[in-house]
Design a protein around this ligand. Structure first.
Ligand code: SD4
Length: 291
């Protein structure tokens, strides 16, 4: 069996290549990291990598992570500035015994010391969005915190190994130094080849309150199908936050178990995800709210 599942339609090109690699027996880590890097490289996706939207200070601070489901090793970067592929830095960090999660200047220095390429990640298009949003925020009192989608991709290879990777520019107009769930193990991603993996997208401040990805994997370990685990975690978290605060942010997840069965859940109207397995053709679905 092999399989791959990703948040959002934007992962389609990368997932298409990764699915071919996995079907040919290639290892999951390479397939997943390359698929996320393809999204990072595409300048028109304004919430991931090159072309990502900036902080309120006008800088692009990127977060990314990688986790190996065989060893539970993970690597992650937060607030990384002007390095071409944050997910590749995260993958490299996952091979370190210590210093698995690096942020800000320290992450940048480590990436440069390892030979990762510098690249200006702020595009003219992102600057235009930023200026427009600054004006709108002043004129119309709009919330600045919208325009955010994280790519999260889970892979299962024919050897039974699983991995997961994420990459995001986080919330548009976030504070300098703000981290969401995407580089945080257990919240934005979790992977255990003996069970399965999950990854999340949405408002990190809320996803982190539920340790969302770990909780989905834990429920799969207890016998839930991926769909049951995804639905129950998203909607229990939503109910919990609604009852305490009367509001909740966007919460969307995808997950897969080590048999290639998958699930997705969302509390927004429609959430696209991309999936392919040995038993299932490459498809982009629109998941709907089911609560
Ligand atoms: C964050 N979870 O930084 C990310 C953003 C995201 O869909 O996924 N948006 O909070």
């Amino acid at each position: 069996m092999w399989g791959i599942i990703a948040t959002w339609r934007m992962a389609l090109e990368g997932v298409t290549e990764a699915a071919t690699a996995l079907a040919a027996g290639h290892p999951t880590a390479r397939a997943v990291v390359d698929a996320v890097a393809a999204v990072e490289d595409f300048p028109l996706y304004k919430s991931v990598g090159y072309g990502g939207l900036p902080t309120e200070n006008g800088e692009v601070e990127l977060d990314a992570a990688f986790m190996d489901g065989d060893t539970l090793a993970f690597g992650a970067v937060g607030n990384l500035v002007d390095i071409a592929n944050p997910v590749r830095v995260a993958h490299a960090l996952s091979r370190q015994r210590y210093n698995s999660l690096l942020v800000g200047q320290g992450a940048r220095e480590w990436a440069l010391s390892q030979g990762f390429a510098e690249k200006t990640m702020l595009t003219d298009r992102a600057v235009q969005h930023y200026r427009k949003r600054c004006r709108e925020t002043l004129d119309k009192g709009l919330s600045p915190y919208d325009g955010h989608d994280t790519v999260g991709i889970i892979g299962l290879d024919t050897q039974g190994s699983m991995s997961v990777a994420t990459s995001t520019s986080g919330l548009f107009m976030k504070k300098r130094g703000r981290l969401g769930d995407s580089p945080i193990i257990g919240s934005g991603f979790y992977c255990d080849s003996q069970i399965g993996a999950a990854t999340a997208t949405g408002v990190g401040e809320d996803l982190m309150k539920g340790c969302t990805s770990y909780e989905i994997v834990r429920r799969m370990a207890q016998g839930a199908t991926p769909q049951q685990a995804a639905d129950s975690v998203v909607f229990e978290l939503e109910d919990n936050l609604m009852s305490r605060f009367g509001r909740v942010g966007d919460l969307s997840v995808v997950c897969m178990n080590n048999r290639g069965e998958f699930g997705a859940a969302t509390n927004i109207k429609t959430f696209s995800f991309t999936v392919a397995t040995a038993n299932h053709p490459l498809t982009v679905y629109l998941a709907e709210r089911r609560h």
